[in-house]
Design a protein around this ligand. Structure first.
Ligand code: ADA
Length: 551
């Protein structure tokens, strides 16, 4: 299952999740779960390298096929009956490949997977999280006609107390003949009809804006969702469909505030890595849902998908539960030299394109982020920030954009985002007093940004090794973490000049055993308020005490 709702009724779609054959030259052959990380196999627990996945695919009747991989970590080369049909980089974004006129019968699907570090990989680098290996998110097979709906994007708007929405549909024609037909999008009792003419072997984007009547708004408290059912017709015959799930809500920045449906937002959030000691980054639905329950139990209303686009099932869950999401492209703490890797620009651009393309319709996503803690203090770094924020603006003008900085008193990009966001670790990495440190940082950032913008603390936190308890309150005890978070959250939440805070982090995560990251106790980033197995540390109740207060 790749989504939490059914995306097609007319188009036939099946899941290719299950057991695949995995062959690794140095290690042998394995039966491997997809989705899954190969680290779950004991002899591969720390393996970095190349693996070949294979499985048979049976096709009942001759058809065009579309194979969609929601995530392969981190580079995939896909072959259908020995012929290469796709190459993709980045573990955290989906991609598809088309096979024209596949014959009925049995075919071989092969995916060569690489999770090594090196020049070829600008974003997956040794880091303060782990780059797992494998086909880590669901895989689907769709039977598509010569002309099919590639995507539908829904943009809600509120004007004079009436709800409108723009529906944009992209239709792809993979045949040698021109196509002429209609698109009908239905949402509740509302219907939008568009003509579409697509030249042979090309794509066409059509769009229309319409008023929608009797809609229930999506909000944190009442996350009303609608199925937007789009059908493609040729001569009055329905040939393809795509169902999206959408919500009516607005998000905007005005002065120093962020508004959801014209009501001020305050984020009580978590940073969350997709990580689990048993499942790596490939959390099964039950584990995602467990995380969701814990986060909501604390009173949190927001999550930052640090530091990459998340599994769509988790985003679906955020839509359903009214959780506000900051989703960001894939990058963490890259210095200027790393940002000058020859592949950096293209790999970032692809990641942003795919993140917005696939995740556009999630009402829960209210902020797009880029380049966490990269070189925003260097002119050459600034060029990248500027370029990526512009790209995001072109792809989606409806959501505010930001980036989380750690370039304290040196950042030169603060005029670029809609929201100022800073990562601070008072009482953990230094002895600064939280309020005083924030006041100084904020005053400087606002001066540099030139005008009033909303302000977020995108990270703060403290480490604790689960089970290490001592009255000494020494570093790494649960007691120390609890004390620090109690003080910091108390001081931050008292203020009325912040739009919210995101705690670093929800759960402990594995880190790469290289550079300084290997000095982390147990090679784990221990700042979770639950450990990898989701066992609560002392700080859990403290965070709950604060987050469950009205703000
Ligand atoms: C940074 C970074 C996080 C994590 C954190 C920490 O702010 O954005 O990914 O590394 O610090 O634990 O120090």
């Amino acid at each position: 299952m790749d989504r939490l709702f059914n995306t097609n009724i007319i188009r036939k779609k099946s899941s290719l999740d299950g057991m695949w054959d995995l062959f690794i030259e140095q290690k042998g052959s394995f039966s491997m779960a997809v989705p899954g990380c190969w680290e779950q196999i004991p002899s591969l627990a720390s393996f970095k390298g190349n693996g070949t996945y294979k499985r048979k695919v049976k096709i009942s009747k001759s058809s065009n096929l579309r194979l969609t991989f929601k995530g392969v970590s981190h580079t995939a080369d896909v072959y259908f009956d020995g012929e290469k049909i796709a190459h993709h980089y980045n573990a955290y974004t989906p991609f598809s490949a088309i096979v024209k006129n596949a014959d009925a019968g049995e075919h071989e699907l092969k995916v060569e997977v690489d999770n090594t570090f090196g020049e070829h990989s600008a974003l997956h680098v040794p880091n303060d999280y782990y780059t797992y290996g494998g086909i880590t998110r669901p895989v689907t097979l769709e039977y598509i006609p010569d002309c099919f709906i590639e995507y539908v994007h829904f943009t809600p708007k509120l004007a004079d107390d009436k709800w409108y929405a723009q529906i944009e549909a992209c239709v792809s024609n993979i045949s040698d003949d021109d196509f002429s037909g209609n698109i009908v999008s239905t949402l509740g009792e509302n219907e939008v009809i568009m003509n579409v003419n697509v030249l042979a072997n090309s794509k066409k984007i059509v769009s229309a804006e319409t008023e929608f009547k009797n809609v229930f708004v999506w909000s944190e408290k009442e996350p009303n969702l609608y199925l937007l059912d789009t059908v493609l017709y040729e001569n009055d015959c329905a040939i393809d469909d795509l169902i999206e799930r959408v919500g009516f809500r607005t998000v905007k920045v005005e002065g120093k505030k962020i508004y959801l449906n014209n009501k001020e937002i305050y984020f009580k959030g978590f940073n969350r890595h997709e990580d689990h000691p048993m499942f790596g980054c490939a959390l099964p639905l039950q584990a995602m849902s467990y995380d969701m329950e814990l986060m909501l139990d604390t009173g949190a209303n927001a999550v930052r998908t640090s530091h990459y686009p998340n599994d769509e099932r988790f985003l679906d869950m955020c839509d359903e539960r009214g959780v506000l999401v900051w989703e960001e492209n894939h990058a963490r703490g890259l210095n200027l030299q790393q940002m000058q890797n020859v592949n950096f620009d293209k790999q970032c651009e692809d990641c942003i394109d795919e993140m917005v393309l696939y995740h556009y319709n999630h009402p829960s996503i209210v902020i797009w982020g880029i380049l966490n803690e990269c070189a925003s203090d260097e002119p050459k770094g600034r060029e990248k920030y500027e370029k990526q924020l512009k790209q995001l603006g072109r792809l989606d003008a409806s959501r505010p954009k930001s980036f989380a900085t750690c370039r304290h008193f040196t950042d030169i990009c603060l005029d670029l985002p809609d929201i100022l966001s800073v990562n601070l670790y008072p009482l953990w990495y230094d002895d600064s007093k939280p309020t005083q440190q924030l006041n100084e940082e904020k005053a400087w950032m606002e001066k540099m940004a030139g005008c009033g913008k909303p302000f977020l603390i995108t990270e703060f936190g403290a480490g604790a090794v689960y089970g290490y308890r001592s009255d000494t309150c020494a570093r790494w005890t649960e007691e120390r973490q609890e004390q620090i978070l109690d003080t910091v959250i108390e001081e931050y939440m008292q203020r009325d000049d912040l739009s919210g805070i995101f705690l670093w982090q929800f759960c402990d995560c594995r880190v790469t055993e290289e550079h300084w990251f290997k000095t982390r106790p147990k090679t784990i980033n221990n700042k979770g308020i639950v450990d990898g197995y989701r066992r609560k540390k002392l700080a859990y109740q403290t965070v709950k005490k604060h987050y469950s207060k009205q703000k």
